[in-house]
Ligand binder design. Structure first.
Ligand SMILES: Cc1cc2nc3c(=O)[nH]c(=O)nc-3n(C[C@H](O)[C@H](O)[C@H](O)COP(=O)(O)O)c2cc1C
Ligand code: SF4
Length: 623
């Protein structure tokens, strides 16, 4: 292809994205999907068309693990590599497939047809082991399924033409409560919110009666809806647990300018998949919650940031958006309320866990590398394009819709005094019924274990690697902000599991996902991974264990974002609760280098024909 010339399909693609540089990630992702990689001449042409420096485009390609500046094969098969996939045998299956295709893991086959590698958790822990085939998720891998996949690859059948049943993904909802069990008609929550403009429902809203003189019913309805959200005590479900009403209020009160609503559907925390199920089974409720938020904060534009691993949900979600536009639940003058204009578009990520951090997500939405911003200022005042932006988790928006319909008092009557409402748990690991369980806040870990059919449980990892690992003597603790706060992951490990290996898998995860922006995290996560590998290889010492403590302190004090702050959590938690599994691997109490220098000189000894004491480092030192 001549320099700076794009084929017609790519010209059309750019046209569709209005040559807008903030769409860069979407443009690159779509090119990757069509071409299988992003060639240098495509980068040149994009730089010219989008008026961006070439380095900026290359930087974005290099940042996201699903974008490639070199060919990775016509078929790119990525095995999900969460600890739960490992427990279900993903490593054996990966080797099996590589052997079948005559491939080395991580390398493209000589004919350029296929490559096989691993990727971070794909959010299918309830039906693993899983893989992505050219970005499309396939659950329940087995040797039989891999035989079929290998056959399809060798036949060179395009992935979209592979049998549909390979891609069938279950919701696995085992316990539904107020969110998953709701029977709201689309628009019911919005209607309730709009009606509040005519009849303030709460005392606080009634006190704002002077508003009525100054503002039309639409503004009064927005204010009273906001009051209901505040009254409900709803707290964010994405991890940090910030009070949603206060966040919305701060955004509404931010200096005028276009405001934005962003739904965080990045769901990258290993072991978490409840947003996947909400987006599949309750998409209307998610969009309704976003629209309620837009009404409350006076926003016109919303984004749903969908993680790349959930690419298969893009078309179904767009179909729901279309239906809502047709039903006057999105678009102009929503439900005939003059001036209530709001619409939503979906952005798809490209494989970067850190993009779940809200400011990194906003950078990514703007078409940049997903590097977390300095905070303050916070997104509520300086978010998307530096404008006021409310970012909430998928589950938070669902809860907000239910509150708009049923009121704040109804909501805070559910759960505990400090944790209102329900929590959806993604249960995986050693249990008979992995899947989705929604409970009012306050449920004990023991109850969840009993419901999911877990036996002989050694430990539960709550809220993923960045959360907390608890042992059997803590199973009466409760899922609630005041005890075990969680974004949703609930990974079960029975007595046959080695908690050191669990923590080692998580250390690899953090090292892989560190965005590299700040030195403490970039170096610290790599050092943690190296230390865990050193211990696994039998070279660990007490000195190494003490070093992990120091590393944790450094990361807590100086890492730029939550990823770095929490990277040592799984290691320290398992060290505290399951120390013997570390200690039985230790070689000595003294420092032992990970690198065996004497062993490395063996080749030189062979070449020189020497094997006397003087040719050995250790003997020399000891002499
Ligand atoms: C490394 C990292 C990853 C995160 N991933 C997610 C995520 O996948 N989904 C999410 O909702 N929040 C995630 N968060 C939290 C967000 O930054 C933010 O607090 C959240 O989206 C706010 O929504 P909420 O108030 O409804 O919880 C992550 C935070 C960090 C530090
Ligand atoms: S702490 Fe880690 S993930 Fe966060 S900005 Fe620094 S390098 Fe990136």
């Amino acid at each position: 292809m001549p320099l700076n010339q794009l084929p017609t399909d790519l010209e059309n693609l750019l046209e569709r994205h209005a040559h807008d540089p903030t769409r860069l990630l979407q443009i690159l992702r779509e090119i990757q999907e069509i071409k299988g990689w992003i060639a240098p001449e495509v980068v040149d042409a994009l730089a010219e068309r989008l008026h961006l420096p070439r380095a900026r485009i290359e930087g974005v390609i290099g940042f996201y693990s699903f974008l490639h500046a070199e060919p990775v094969g016509q078929y790119r098969l990525l095995f999900s590599d969460n600890i739960t996939d490992r427990m279900l045998g993903n490593q054996d299956l990966l080797t099996y497939l590589c052997n079948k295709l005559w491939l080395e893991r991580g390398h493209v086959s000589e004919d350029g047809l296929v490559s096989v590698d691993t990727t971070s958790c794909t959010g299918l822990c309830d039906q693993g082991p899983a893989m992505l085939a050219n970005g499309w998720a396939i659950p329940n891998l087995s040797r039989e399924r891999l035989n079929q996949i290998a056959e399809l690859v060798l036949q060179k059948l395009p992935v979209p033409q592979w049998p549909r049943e390979l891609f069938a993904i279950e919701d696995n909802i085992h316990r539904a409560d107020i969110l998953l069990g709701n029977t709201l008609q689309p628009g019911a929550a919005l209607r309730a919110a709009l009606e509040r403009g005519n009849e303030p429902a709460t005392e606080a809203a009634a006190n704002a009666r002077s508003w009525r003189e100054a503002n039309p019913p639409a503004a009064l309805g927005a204010l009273t809806t906001l009051e209901e959200i505040k009254r409900s005590n709803l707290r964010g479900r994405g991890g940090a647990g910030f009070t949603t009403g206060l966040k919305w209020e701060a955004c509404r009160n931010a200096p005028a300018g276009p405001r934005y609503v962003v739904c965080n559907a990045d769901e990258g925390e290993p072991g978490t998949f409840k947003d996947r199920v909400l987006l599949t089974s309750q998409a209307d409720l998610v969009f309704e919650g976003m629209t309620v938020c837009a009404y409350a904060i006076d926003a016109r534009h919303g984004f749903l940031y969908l993680r790349g691993e959930y690419r298969y949900l893009l078309e179904p979600l767009n179909a729901v958006l279309e239906r809502r536009r047709a039903a006057n639940l999105l678009g102009k003058n929503i439900l005939d309320q003059a001036g209530f204009d709001f619409d939503i578009e979906i952005h798809v990520g490209a494989g970067a866990y850190v993009c779940g951090e809200e400011s990194a997500l906003i950078e990514s939405l703007e078409g940049k590398r997903g590097i977390p911003r300095n905070r303050p200022p916070y997104p509520v005042t300086h978010g998307y394009l530096q404008k006021p932006t409310t970012v909430n988790n998928v589950e938070t928006f669902c809860a907000a819709a239910m509150i708009a319909k049923n009121g704040g008092d109804w909501y805070r009557g559910i759960g505990t005094a400090k944790s209102a409402g329900s929590k959806i748990l993604s249960v995986s690991g050693d249990c008979a019924r992995p899947g989705i369980y929604e409970y009012p806040f306050g449920v004990t870990v023991r109850q969840v274990l009993s419901d999911c059919g877990a036996e002989n449980t050694l430990a539960v990892q709550i809220s993923g690697p960045s959360g907390v690992c608890i042992a059997a003597d803590e199973f009466d603790r409760r899922i609630a902000f005041e005890d075990l706060a969680t974004a949703g992951a609930f990974m079960v490990f029975d007595a046959s599991r080695d908690m050191f290996e669990v923590a080692r898998n998580f250390a690899h995860f953090f090292a892989h996902e560190s965005c590299g922006f700040c030195t403490p995290c970039r170096v610290g996560t790599a050092m943690l991974q190296a230390t865990m590998d050193k211990i696994a290889a039998g070279h660990g010492t007490q000195y190494d264990l003490a070093e992990i403590d120091k590393l944790d302190r450094v990361l807590h004090q100086s890492a730029h974002c939550g990823l770095g702050h929490t990277a040592c959590n799984p290691t320290l938690d398992t060290l505290k609760r399951f120390r013997p599994t570390y200690e039985r691997r230790l070689k000595s109490l003294d420092f032992e280098p990970a690198f065996d220098l004497d062993g490395a000189l063996a080749a030189a000894r062979r070449m020189t024909g020497r094997d006397d004491a003087g040719a050995h480092l250790r003997q020399e030192t000891e002499a």
